[in-house]
Design a protein around this ligand. Structure first.
Ligand code: SF4
Length: 188
């Protein structure tokens, strides 16, 4: 993992997380650390994350955990901000690593998709495609995050197991390279 994070004794690792085009399953798996989360909080403090509902960065972070692929212009902006603010960026789960589930739409034209969802779809009555200028622009294809920014580490799984999160974050805390063994990988 690049670069190495150096901390003074007792200083906590600052972690930010986000979900781009993901289902939040990776975040749920992280929360499945259960009581180990309390132990983790002795060494980690969260910044911008849906876990603490902090909506923007309060400062630079050591680690950014990114779930989900890149499907719209807002995802690109968020991802670039994470790259700028986080020393180590980790692609979490199959969607962030390869596009996976959200990228299933890549073979279909975006206009056709929107019409199916909002105009012709089952149960849609007098529908129209939303055009509010505040809505992010949908990209032609969903991309894995490494196609947009440099990624330092890939944490595979759909979702990665709680044990995999545990090992990666503890490696960062202890300043070593994470080692993920096959026995803790699943659904990938
Ligand atoms: S990798 Fe799996 S669990 Fe994680 S966001 Fe994608 S579909 Fe959901």
């Amino acid at each position: 993992m690049q670069p190495k994070i150096e901390k003074a004794p007792g200083e906590k690792i600052r972690v930010a997380t986000c979900s781009l085009a993901g289902c939040f399953g990776c975040h749920m798996s992280f929360l499945d650390l259960d009581e180990r989360l309390i132990e983790l909080l002795d060494h980690v403090e969260f910044d911008h994350s849906p876990l603490d509902d902090i909506k923007d960065f309060r400062g630079d972070c050591d680690v950014g955990l990114i779930e989900g692929g890149v499907c719209n212009t807002e995802n690109v902006e968020t991802l670039r901000k994470f790259r700028e603010r986080c020393k180590v960026l980790i692609a979490v789960g199959a969607c962030a690593i390869s596009g996976a589930v959200p990228a299933l739409r890549n073979r279909i034209d975006v206009r056709e998709l929107l019409e199916e969802a909002y105009v012709h779809g089952m149960g849609v009555d007098d529908g129209r495609i939303p055009t509010d200028p505040e809505l992010p622009h949908i990209l032609e294809r969903v991309s894995p995050i490494h196609e947009v920014v440099k990624v330092d580490f890939f944490l595979p799984g759909c979702p990665p197991s709680p044990e995999a999160f545990w090992r990666v974050l503890n490696s960062v805390i202890e300043g070593r390279q994470p080692e993920l063994t096959y026995d803790i990988m699943h659904f990938d």
